[in-house]
Design a protein around this ligand. Sequence first.
Ligand SMILES: NC(=O)c1ccc[n+]([C@@H]2O[C@H](COP(=O)([O-])OP(=O)(O)OC[C@H]3O[C@@H](n4cnc5c(N)ncnc54)[C@H](OP(=O)(O)O)[C@@H]3O)[C@@H](O)[C@H]2O)c1
Length: 249
Amino acid sequence: MACRDLTKGETAAQEIREVTGNKHVIVRELDLANTKSIYQFAENLTQEEKVISILINNAGVMMCPFTKTSDGFEMQFGVNHLGHFLLTFLLINLIKRSAPARIVNISSLAHNFGRINFNDLQSEKSYDGSSAYCQSKLANVLFTRELAKRLKDTKVTVNSVHPGCVKSELTRHSWVMALAWKILTFLIKTPKQGAQSSIYCAVAEELEEVSGKHFSDCQPAFVAPQGKNDETAKQLWDVSCKLLEIQWD
Ligand SMILES: NC(=O)c1ccc[n+]([C@@H]2O[C@H](COP(=O)([O-])OP(=O)(O)OC[C@H]3O[C@@H](n4cnc5c(N)ncnc54)[C@H](OP(=O)(O)O)[C@@H]3O)[C@@H](O)[C@H]2O)c1
């Protein structure tokens, strides 16, 4: 478990150990809003572990006030997209050596309302928390699409997921969304239900060769046209590498 708050992470890990009887649940510090932390986490992990069979890129922040990561990226684009992009880059060789392996990127239905604003990716000119969230979730879908192409014939698959509307702390920055989640309570999934599509993509035998797809409710889900645009996916990939000063190929 990669968590920025070790106390919170350790409490959750202890609960998992008690419920499952699995003592091998390990918590490590990872702040996706800080590239130094991502490099440190990846370095420690690649030294400690010989195999990574499944990577679930789950962390997310929604509709926060305009803030920047330690590296000066807009928070939602920085954490939701760039943080996971860099983490995956740093772990990809070990993941490939561990094949068959799977990567699962947690996106959202919100990708439908997103567009990648290449003229103002970091929302420096104008910021709208909701648009920035939708952009970052579209970025998850496009990242999945381009990565799947690059992982062809490696026996490493990557898919994206909309977990559903789930009772969680995601609405912490938006009272409107928090209220909507309360009103629509009969439609809201429990965390256990919300985890099912991610788990499905991580372990379902029938998905062994499925890559570059989007899932919800443990089945293939609709992808908005802007999430199927190969040119945008490639452009986003190149810009992300440039911003992070990495060379993927
Ligand atoms: N809940 C929904 O209805 C819903 C719908 C569609 C998609 N999603 C997606 O599902 C994923 C999980 O969200 P959730 O609903 O479980 O929300 P959540 O309860 O707020 O969980 C988000 C997690 O991300 C972590 N996180 C945030 N910033 C981080 C950073 N800089 N470094 C490391 N970890 C960080 C948070 O850590 P802390 O605990 O320390 O804050 C928290 O554990 C997100 O990608 C979200 O976009 C959720």
